[in-house]
Design a protein around this ligand. Structure first.
Ligand code: GLY
Length: 344
């Protein structure tokens, strides 16, 4: 049975613990209180999303489709050789190989495509789009994804993963004491930024994409939230779209982007939806507030917002009238309330 918005808020505990701080600390600061916003609207994670947004707007302005805009925008970040967390310039896995994750989703038709642990393909977002448009599948991984991308005519570079991965595992077998810790050190977390780009066109249709090289130094084969539909990205053409960045392990156990969209479905502003998703995860998670997760969201009306567990999450917004990097509200433990409910 569908819940009314009021019923949902009461059940979620937002009325008591959340709505107060939402209206004081998170009063749609970044998205504005208006019921509608400018269209087209592009929203993306981090300052490196701004040139991606601007490319996407250029594509839309030139008559390109929403998916063209998302793909071309994300390719800008994938092409940036200075970027150490997206594209082939990303930090490699423990064996020294860069494995990339990406997905794309179209609101119209509710279609999605995804690639994970793909090697030697400079534009995994284009491979993800081909999976969506050229196959009956949603997700391809590893060498199958690479061979598919090559067969589709996408640019590729040679890889040498088999030998390097075998050598790394052999080394680990020799040195069992070098166990991989489940909690990454702080410096690894900070090398961990994903481009998620959300797009709304003048007709109110939505799309989004996501691309990353994932956790630097990860165990070979590790896949994060970014290529997982509902975790790193979710688009619902009736409601809105959301994307995630940060430590994927802490997003994918909660279907984080899906949850943001579901909160918007219940009537929350995109910023409130991001905040409430972080609250919900922090309340449940054994790690409590120590999560390193961030979300950005837009709704069908053209409103936008973002939130993160740190003070540093910036996101980029572009419309025909403005293009800028904004600071999201950084949540504190006090904003979230009691956390770590499953800490046993
Ligand atoms: N959010 C990117 C990753 O964890 O791989």
């Amino acid at each position: 049975m569908l819940l009314s918005r009021r019923h949902f808020i009461l059940r979620a505990g937002v009325a008591a613990a959340g709505a107060g701080s939402l209206s004081s600390g998170f009063s749609a600061q970044t998205g504005g209180a208006s019921k509608t916003g400018d269209k087209p609207l592009l929203a993306s994670t981090w300052p490196f999303g701004k040139p991606a947004n601007e490319k996407a707007l250029e594509v839309l302005s030139g008559g390109g489709s929403l998916l063209d805009a998302v793909e071309q925008g994300i390719r800008v970040v994938e092409s940036d050789v200075a970027n150490q967390s997206v594209g082939l310039s990303g930090i490699p896995d423990a064996a020294g190989i860069v494995q990339l994750d990406s997905c794309i989703m179209s609101g119209p038709g509710h279609r999605a495509g995804s690639v994970a642990s793909i090697e030697g393909i400079p534009h995994p977002i284009s491979a993800a789009r081909r999976v969506m448009e050229q196959t009956p599948h949603v997700m391809l991984v590893g060498d199958g994804a690479r061979q598919f991308a090559i067969e589709q005519g996408l640019e590729s570079v040679p890889v040498e993963s088999a030998q390097k991965h075998a050598a790394w595992w052999a080394e680990r077998a020799r040195e069992r004491s070098k166990a991989v810790k489940p909690n990454p050190p702080k410096d690894i977390r900070e090398n961990h930024d994903t481009i998620a780009l959300l797009a709304l066109d003048r007709d109110g249709n939505l799309a989004g994409g996501c691309s990353t090289s994932g956790w630097g130094g990860k165990i070979p084969g590790r896949v994060g939230d970014s290529p997982i539909i509902g975790s790193g990205l979710y688009v619902d053409n009736e409601i809105g779209a959301a994307g995630a960045t940060g430590l994927g392990e802490n997003v994918m156990r909660y279907c984080g982007s899906f949850l943001v969209v579901e909160y918007m479905r219940q009537g929350l502003h995109p910023e409130e939806a991001c905040v409430e998703t972080i609250r919900r995860i922090a309340r449940l998670d054994p790690k409590g507030f120590d999560l390193s997760i961030n979300f950005v969201a837009i709704d069908k009306q053209g409103r936008f917002g973002a939130a993160g567990t740190g003070q540093g999450f910036q996101f980029s917004i572009t419309t025909p009238a403005r293009s800028e990097v904004l600071q999201s509200p950084g949540l504190t433990k006090a904003d979230v309330g009691p956390v770590g409910g499953n800490r046993k």
